[in-house]
Design a protein around this ligand. Structure first.
Ligand code: HEM
Length: 417
C-alpha cells in the first residue's frame, strides 16, 4: 500500500500511545485526519462517528471476511468472520435467545444468583480486587450458562478460552498456533457435539448449522462474552467510583444506573476498535482507500465525537443521547448479546452498591484502562465498610436513598438505529 496523501498526525501516532492513553490523540485525529493512515498499524484509522457508521454499515465495501482475520484461522468461519448471506446463516440461529425479552427470561435469574454468590464471598473482607475476583468470574459463569454445555465447569471454559486466545495471539504475532489452543478447541467441539438434540442454545442451532459451524460460533460467543464483559463491568465500576458526584446521583435515583452504564461504554468501550478490509477502491472522507487495505474503526474515537456528544470527555449519567454510543458496534455485526452484557453490568453495579457500603477506590493502587483493543484496568482494588449486622441486607431492597423504581432485571428497550 502506498499512501500518497499526507497524514502527518497518523504518521506520528504510535500503537503504544493508543494502548496507553488514546483519547487526546484520537481527538486530534478526529479533528484533522478523521480517516488517517497509521504506518504502525499498516492500515487506516477512522475516528469520526459518521464515518465509523458508514464503514460498519457497508459490509460489501468493508468486510470482516479476510484471510488476515486471526480468530477465523483458529476456530474456522463464524458469524464474526463472514459477511452477506453466509453471515446471516451463521448468526440467525443464535439471534432470538439474545433479544431483550428472551435475554431477560433466560438469564436474569441466573445473573442475579451468580452475582449474589460472588458478592457474598467477597463481603466480609472489606477489600478486593474486583476485576479478577468479581467481573471476570461473573462473565465466565454467564457465558458457560449461555452455551448450555452441561457438565462443563466455568474453570474448564476459562481454560479453553485462555488457550484459544493464546493461539489467536500467536497467529497475530506471525507464529504457528500453540498445540494447547488446538487441543482446547477440539475439546470445545466435543462438548458442543453432546448438545445435539437438546433444547440448549447450541442444540437448537444444530438444526440449522453443521457441527463445526455450531462449534466455531460457540467459540465466538465465548470470546465475545468473557473479555469484553469483564471490561464493561470493571470500567463501569471505575467510572462511578472516580466520580463521587455522579455516583451520588445514581444512588439517589436508581433509574440513572442505565445512564451510568451507557456513559461508561461511551468513554471506554470494552472493545476499542473493530477491523474491516476494503473489498474495492473507495473514497472515505478525506482518504482514498485501496482494495485490500485494513480499515480499523475506532469505537473509542467515535464515542467522543463532539458533533454528537457535547463536552465529550465528561462522564455525565444524565446525558440524554448516551445510548448513541457505539461500544457494541453497528450494522450487521452489532453485538448479538448487547442486552445480556447490559443486564450483567446492571445487576453487578446494583448489587455492589447495595451490599458493599461506602464502596470506594483503594487509593494505594492506581487503576486506569489500558489496551489497544480490549481496554480495562489491569486491576481494580476497592475497599468498603463492614456491616455491623448481616441482617442489614434485608433492608437493602428498600434502600432509603434510592428513590427510583426501575427494576434492574427488566428487559432493555430495543437499540435505537
Ligand atoms: C455475554 C456477553 C457477550 C457475548 C456473548 C457477545 C457475543 C458477540 C458475538 C457472537 C458477536 C459477533 C456478532 C456478529 O459478528 O454477527 C459480537 C460482536 C461484537 N461484540 Fe459482543 N458479546 C458480548 C458482550 C460484549 C461486550 C460487553 C462488548 C463491549 C463492551 C461487546 C462488543 C462487541 C463488538 C464491538 C462486536 C462487533 C465486532 C465487529 O463488528 O467486528 N460485546 N459479540
Amino acid at each position: 500500500m502506498s499512501v500518497l496523501e499526507p497524514f502527518p498526525l497518523g504518521a506520528a501516532t504510535t500503537l503504544a500511545e493508543l494502548a496507553d492513553d488514546p483519547h487526546p490523540r484520537l481527538a486530534l485525529l478526529r479533528a484533522h485526519e478523521p480517516v488517517s493512515w497509521l504506518p504502525e498499524l499498516d492500515g487506516w484509522l477512522v475516528t469520526r462517528r459518521d464515518l465509523a457508521l458508514t464503514v460498519m454499515r457497508d459490509a460489501r465495501t468493508f468486510t470482516v471476511d479476510d484471510p488476515r482475520f486471526s480468530t477465523a484461522q483458529v476456530v474456522g468461519p463464524s458469524m464474526l468472520s463472514l459477511d452477506g448471506p453466509e453471515h446471516a446463516r451463521h448468526r440467525e440461529p443464535f439471534a432470538a435467545p439474545f433479544r431483550p425479552r428472551q435475554t431477560h427470561d433466560r438469564f436474569a435469574a441466573f445473573v442475579e444468583q451468580e452475582t449474589d454468590r460472588l458478592v457474598t464471598a467477597l463481603e466480609p473482607a472489606g477489600a478486593a480486587e474486583l476485576r479478577r475476583s468479581f467481573a471476570g468470574p461473573l462473565a465466565v459463569a454467564v457465558v458457560t450458562e449461555a452455551l448450555g454445555l452441561s457438565g462443563v465447569s466455568t474453570d474448564t471454559v476459562l481454560s479453553w478460552y485462555e488457550a484459544i486466545v493464546a493461539s489467536v495471539s500467536d497467529i497475530t504475532a506471525g507464529h504457528a498456533p500453540s498445540p494447547a489452543g488446538t487441543a482446547a478447541y477440539a475439546q470445545l467441539r466435543a462438548a458442543v457435539a453432546t448438545t445435539h438434540g437438546t433444547s440448549s442454545l447450541l442444540g437448537a442451532a444444530a438444526d440449522r448449522l453443521a457441527l463445526p459451524e455450531v462449534a466455531s460460533n460457540a467459540a465466538v460467543l465465548m470470546f465475545g462474552g468473557i473479555e469484553t464483559t469483564e471490561a464493561m463491568i470493571t470500567n463501569a465500576v471505575l467510572h462511578l467510583l472516580r466520580h463521587p458526584d455522579q455516583l451520588a446521583l445514581v444512588q439517589a435515583e436508581s433509574d440513572l444506573l442505565d445512564g451510568a452504564i451507557e456513559e461508561s461504554l461511551r468513554l471506554e468501550p470494552g472493545a476499542a476498535v473493530v477491523d474491516r478490509y476494503a473489498t474495492r477502491d473507495t473514497d472515505l472522507g478525506p482518504a482514498t482507500i485501496r482494495r485490500g487495505d485494513l480499515v480499523t474503526v475506532s469505537l473509542a474515537g467515535a464515542n467522543r465525537d463532539p458533533a454528537v456528544f457535547p463536552d465529550p470527555d465528561r462522564f455525565d449519567v444524565r446525558r440524554e443521547n448516551a445510548r448513541l454510543q457505539l461500544a457494541f458496534a453497528h450494522g450487521p455485526h452489532h453485538c448479538i448479546a448487547a442486552h445480556l452484557a447490559r443486564l450483567e453490568t446492571r445487576v453487578a453495579l446494583r448489587t455492589l452498591l447495595a451490599r458493599l457500603p461506602d464502596l470506594r477506590l483503594d487509593e494505594k493502587h492506581a487503576a486506569a484502562p489500558y489496551g489497544l483493543v480490549f481496554r480495562k484496568p489491569a486491576a481494580l482494588h476497592v475497599r468498603w465498610g463492614l456491616r455491623a449486622c448481616p441482617a442489614d441486607h434485608a433492608a437493602d431492597a428498600g434502600h432509603p436513598r434510592q428513590r427510583g423504581t426501575a427494576d434492574p432485571l427488566r428487559p432493555d428497550p430495543p437499540d435505537r438505529p
